[in-house]
Design a protein around this ligand. Sequence first.
Ligand code: FAD
Length: 434
Amino acid sequence: INEEFDAIVIGAGMSGNAAAYTMASDGLKVLQLERGEYPGSKNVQGAIMYANMLEKIIPDFRDDAPLERHLVEQRLWVMDETSHTGIHYRSEDFNEVSPNRYTIIRAQFDKWFSRRVRQAGATLLCETTVTELVRDDKGKVIGVRTDRAGGAIYADVVVLAEGVCGLLGTRGGLRKMLTPEAVALAVKEMHFLPEEVIEQRFGVKGSEGCVIEAVGTISHDMAGLGFLYTNKESISLGIGCLVSDFTAKMESPYALLDALKNHPSIRPLIAGSEVKEYAAHLIPEGGYKAIPQLFGDGWVVVGDAAQLNNAIHREGSNLAMTSGRIAAEAIIQVKRRNDPMTKRNLALYKTMLDESFVVKDLRKYKDMPALLHNNAGNFFTTYPRLMSQAAQNFMRVDGTPKIEKERATTAAFIKARSRLGLVRDAIRLALAWR
Ligand code: FAD
């Protein structure tokens, strides 16, 4: 390609599409490079998509986006080996005209998003891996090289939307290598079932959907999360834990997934299903403290590549879309002023991102990743078992006086964690949650 572009976007996932769409819609000349056969072919998500953030980019997305179910019910489960203790929230309010959250299938969704990006005027090249960032003699990023024949492709600014591993940014010296403590490995399967079976099992109708997110002994003493999301004719079921924990405990992700599938609370929900797809992918989980340098001379980094993922609320795609949009808006402002895409001018991206929910949320939970990681045994095994025992003790009617049951429950908590330990855990959790 001999043309010069206003911007090159590396990657056609959520963040790259958001950035490319926003810049192309404003008339910028945008080239987007994607290594996959088609957008979405390499991408994995649970997947819940948060409508508000997409609406800010494509207000009429509901007209033609491939959406599975809109969520009316969320179940948060704390599991031990045989039980789950849960909070369920279901509301008719979620059956609103413009629903707030949808399940999606990324392979289809990314194709649709990319079509909209091209309709907005961006050029997309698939099956094209960016191999290197090109710099001028002062170190400013001025373009990229790819695995295709031909020389470098030049642009005023390069948007790195290359996903969690961010190899280009790392190799280019823009940020450090990912550490195994800052990234989770998640595996998931797609279980196909007839639509009416899903509706019966989850008590939903039409396009209503339900999700279950679960913590507890299912992650085998590691910091982790299991999830079950209802699509129209399939269920996405998966689990993820920190890579450092998998290594230290010599656990295999697929063994955890098998155990989750066979848990008595999950097994009946997927009974009779046909598994047609498997996937594994990394998730950035280091939170606020893992956010790298976000901009420099001639470049910005967005989405998972910038480690923008809120593991506590299981949000990633919305942070990706928002950071992509905000980076694009900052680039547009710099361009309108006819200013060069220098580090100084692109700092606007960080200023705008700091003002958004993306950084505010990650900052709020900045101490949570370390707390959960360092106390995984207590938070993911000891407490879930104690909660289950307490619930069972409360519910089982066996002639034991209630006062004795309450004393037994209190004694079990103290025996497991000591009075001081309980107070300390509560304070640590409260401080990290603030
Ligand atoms: P990606 O979607 O990973 O896109 C990066 C793109 O860059 C890919 O298309 C890749 O092929 C391309 N690429 C990489 N390197 C190159 C290169 N050198 N040259 C060219 N192209 C390149 N988030 C939610 O909001 N809700 C959920 O329910 C949810 N569930 C999840 C479940 C799982 C199992 C996982 C793994 C993640 C989940 N997430 C969820 C997180 C969410 O998927 C990510 O936050 C989101 O996909 C990040 O988007 P992105 O565009 O930054 O990166």
